[in-house]
Design a protein around this ligand. Structure first.
Ligand code: NAD
Length: 459
């Protein structure tokens, strides 16, 4: 089965690589020529654990190729995934210009060789499936006005993506579910066939991503286009709400003398609630939650509905990013001229993605307040230099260098390596021994025993 994936970001590249690993013949397309050249060399353009090994393997086996020729790649494929970015705009609406450009180009590229299934994998507002179909038809008409007039056959499906950066390969090979939204049975049947090795778990796992014990078949949710699109937004809105809820309770815990970690352990054990996505801290970030919540709020408003709960989820998160700055003020009093070390820049461990990362907002605020900000992230220093080169952050090669001269260290990303830091050693390098644990992951007793003033969130 020949597949074309348009967009080689976190979603497109991981999807294309995993499908190729399952034996599909895949062409990944991008407009970014530098990215395509890098990928042809077998190098992933971003940090994603376990991707590189798989990528080089499928390129060597001739199952995955890269191109910036969309027309040719679409013509050679039976299934075409749209996996381009849909970044947020100031209005809250996602920027759909890349989806629009790609849909029109697909329309212009279609020929009458065979039926094609065009699949929206990008996260797009409800109704986008119908919109993409219209754009493809416009592209076809534009092409036919140039002389071609054969009838063309295609269907549009929605197949939202749920992978998490940092565990994207694992999530693609062993997903909780596969959602297929389509109005015609053929599209559903072809997508089921494409994903069959994953659905039935018939493939031999790659050594770098072994199958979890007891993992068997994957549930497939087949539904209409609008419901599939809504499932993606609902999932992200719910997860973000869970975190904001934990942060709200954490803030109350702090005031009444309770410990959020004990509280979450107690209520998370309720099988109706579950313990995941309830870690209090500096709040959620990343490329999806904020953008998808804004888009869902925007859709609701378009239909005259006021989504109070979703707005509160966003508001609680916005306020949560201020928590560590407030704690620094309470502890150090004066921030002007002080050196603050940020441990972690990316919005979560195991990724160098800095989109909507709390660390950057906190760094900006501290710099504006007159502090000297140092930062160390195991993989995201370079990405940060590129993204916010104008921010005066003093990047450090490791946690010990970061500690030198600091008046306080703030843990922003819960990398494992931070949890293994030697409190005694870093304490001797610091100016004053203060640690603000923005993720509640450091061992309080160890730091207090080393003479630190320790401040967690909600404790
Ligand atoms: P990304 O920004 O990492 O990658 C998008 C890619 O699309 C880029 O390489 C860009 O060059 C390419 N592109 C843009 N316009 C193009 C065009 N006209 N033709 C060809 N290529 C073009 O984005 P991403 O993080 O992979 O996200 C893609 C979509 O998937 C978004 O809608 C996102 O919301 C959704 N999603 C992302 C994640 C995630 O964790 N990153 C998870 C689930 C869903």
């Amino acid at each position: 089965m020949n597949v074309c994936v348009i967009g080689t970001g976190y979603v497109g590249l991981v999807t294309g690589t995993c499908l190729a690993f399952l034996g599909r013949s895949v062409t990944c397309v991008d407009i970014d020529e530098a990215k395509i050249s890098q990928l042809r060399e077998g190098q992933a353009p971003f940090y994603e654990p376990r991707l590189s090994a798989l990528l080089t393997g499928v390129i060597e086996r001739g199952l995955l190729s890269f191109s910036n020729n969309l027309e040719q790649s679409v013509q050679g494929a039976e299934i075409v995934f749209i996996a381009v970015g849909t970044p947020p705009q100031a209005s809250g609406k996602p920027d759909l210009s890349a989806v629009e450009a790609v849909a029109r180009s697909i329309g212009k590229a279609l020929n009458s060789d065979h039926h094609r299934v065009i699949v929206n994998k990008s996260t797009v507002p409800i109704g986008s499936g119908n919109w993409v179909e219209m754009l493809i038809k416009e592209g076809i008409r534009a092409n036919q006005s140039n002389g071609s007039s054969q009838p063309l056959s295609f269907s549009v499906a929605s197949n939202p993506e749920f992978l998490r950066e940092g565990t994207a390969v694992h999530d693609t090979l062993y997903p909780d579910r596969i959602v297929i939204g389509a109005s015609d049975a053929h599209a559903v049947e072809r997508l089921r066939a494409l994903y069959d090795p994953i659905i039935e778990q018939t493939f031999t796992p790659p050594p770098s991503s072994p199958r979890p014990a007891g993992f068997t078949a994957v549930p497939v949710v087949t539904t209409d286009l609008a419901s599939a699109e809504m499932i993606k937004y609902a999932a992200n809105a719910f997860l973000a709400t869970k975190i904001s809820f934990a942060n709200e309770i954490a803030n109350i815990c702090e005031r009444v003398g309770a410990d959020i970690r004990e509280v979450v352990r107690g209520f998370g054990l309720d099988s109706r609630i579950g313990p995941r996505f309830l870690n209090a801290g500096v709040g959620w970030g990343g490329s999806c939650f904020g953008k998808d919540l804004s888009a869902l709020i925007d859709v609701a408003q378009e239909y005259g509905y006021e989504p109070h709960l979703l707005r509160s989820t966003v508001a609680v998160n916005r306020r949560q990013r201020q928590v560590v700055v407030k704690k620094l003020q309470e502890t150090l009093k004066i921030l002007k001229g002080r050196t603050i070390g940020l441990l972690g820049l990316a919005f979560k461990p195991e990724t160098d993605d800095l989109r909507d990362a709390p660390a950057l907002e906190i760094a900006k605020q501290l710099i504006e307040m007159g502090a000297h900000v140092k930062a160390y992230d195991p993989v995201a220093n370079d990405a940060s230099r590129k993204l916010v080169g104008n921010l005066k952050i003093d990047y450090c090669p490791d946690a010990l260098t970061l500690s030198e001269g600091c008046h306080a260290i703030v843990v922003i990303t819960e990398w494992d390596e931070f949890q293994n830091l030697n409190a005694q050693e870093i304490g001797t390098l610091m100016n004053t021994k203060v640690i603000i644990d923005g993720r509640n992951v450091m061992d309080r007793e160890t730091f207090e025993a080393a003479g630190f003033r320790y401040c967690g969130v909600g404790r």
